[in-house]
Write a protein that binds this ligand. Sequence first.
Ligand code: ARG
Length: 572
Amino acid sequence: MTLSQLLNQRLSAALAAAGCPDASPILQTASRAEFGDYQANGIMAAAKAKKTNPRALAEQVIAQLDLAGIASKIEIAGPGFINIHLDPAFLAGKVSAALASPSLGIEPQSPRQKVIVDYSSPNLAKEMHVGHLRSSIIGDALVRVLAAIGHDTIRCNHVGDWGTQFGMLTAYLVESENQDAGLALNDLEDFYRKAKIRFDEDAAFADRARDYVVRLQSGDAEVLALWKQFVDVSLTHCEAVYRKLGVSLTRADARGESAYNADLPVIVRELREKGLLAEDDGAQVVFLEEFRNQDGDPMGVIIQKKDGGYLYTTTDLGAVRYRCRELGVDRVLYVVDARQSQHFQQVFTLCRKAGFAPENVQLQHIGFGTMMGEDGKPFKTRSGGTVKLIELLDEAEERAFQLVSEKNPDLDDDARRRVALAVGIGAVKYADLSKNRNSDYIFNWDQMLAFEGNTAPYLQYAYTRVASLFRKAGEHDANAPVQIDAAEEKALAVALAQFNDVLYHVADEGYPHFLCQYLYQVSTLFMRFYEACPVLKSEGAVRASRLQLARLTAATLKTGLDLLGIEVLEAM
Ligand code: ARG
């Protein structure tokens, strides 16, 4: 059981014994030291429901509350809050237990679920650009956290590998046939641009392109082989980005739109059988009462166009159906730009109606805002073009290299390169992950690379400091008992005991910034502890115990940053 589960369980039992079996304790971490470590704020609501005096009810609850060996002080505050001060001996036990456990005391969350995370998912045939950054790193952090707390996770890169642009590209590939295809595809961006120009200026070429789409959809082997070339080249580009970015997706995780091609007619048939389809101007449409257009009429969602073609929505219906029926998932997370919110709400509504997703399968859109340039407009190159993701990452590494060279000129070139990669990429990822994903944010190199504040370099540096402590400490007892005396020791131990709860919270709500906030808090509390409580200069049991606290801090920072996909360094 996690710390908050334990406290909640005991508080609920006490509330029940005091005559409020249905009341929630509403447990929160205390906002100030004088309120203790945790505060139960649910007593007022419980008293209101029971029409009794809240302070009197709080007294009754405390009389029934069994926190022996867990809390050292329990008191009533204000109109009926219950403040809980954790027992230092209990916290010391928690620290020791976490150190002795291979998982740092992180327990599997129950019930265990099969969770698929649909993320990154770029449209192929173009190189990944900065617009793909957020989905790739937020999705990766979530899938890592879910796996760390024991869920059965599936990474899914729902790449856009199907659709009309592939007709245009194959037509252009055939036209430039005498060029070496491998060479022609070397620069995908350039290839796409040239193909688009041909498409726009030559009607005969555009007709050929459309013909290729039809042949592609009907499974023409020759056209499929050409198409596959694009997909392969494009996935190779993606893999290079993922490697550099430290995102755990591989080619095996790519299951794109094309995978559902054969299911699309079945989707249409099943929707028709359910009586959900209507014909509108030749197209197959579902009208959804739940969504209204400007005139207040039910909104029409096109499933199949007049010309027989299918849409993005149709493919997503196929994907949900596959994930539920074939994979048997309990939960699907879509880490996709917030601007697609309506699309997903419609897909989810439709899937329930059509029975593609049973009610007990959770379908969640994990939306996010836009990454802005320093001018407050969507991030672009100086000339207004889209920024290739790989170039942004190269720049991050280069900037970090300059910084490290200034800060630590003694490191050799190799070591500096290694630090630059970890710090540069870490900074880009952390700057994104540490913000509430719902908002837009301004991409600012100086801020993200700063060694102070809530940044990756600050946390990486904090880790390095703890690590260096152990190098200096020499021989010491890894099983030494922990004792918590000073206020700074206690504050650090309380935070360390909350790691498991934080991971559950991130997984439940889909917000990686909770973990960032937590790790920043742990580093800050460690720095305070380190200033107030001498470690290497103290002696005997005190020294050994403080080293234990430092050891758990290091392990927590390392594990936490790893779950965010950020590397730590033993020295930097
Ligand atoms: N390829 C899409 C895009 O670039 C994102 C796909 C997200 N996933 C999904 N199942 N629709 O906008």
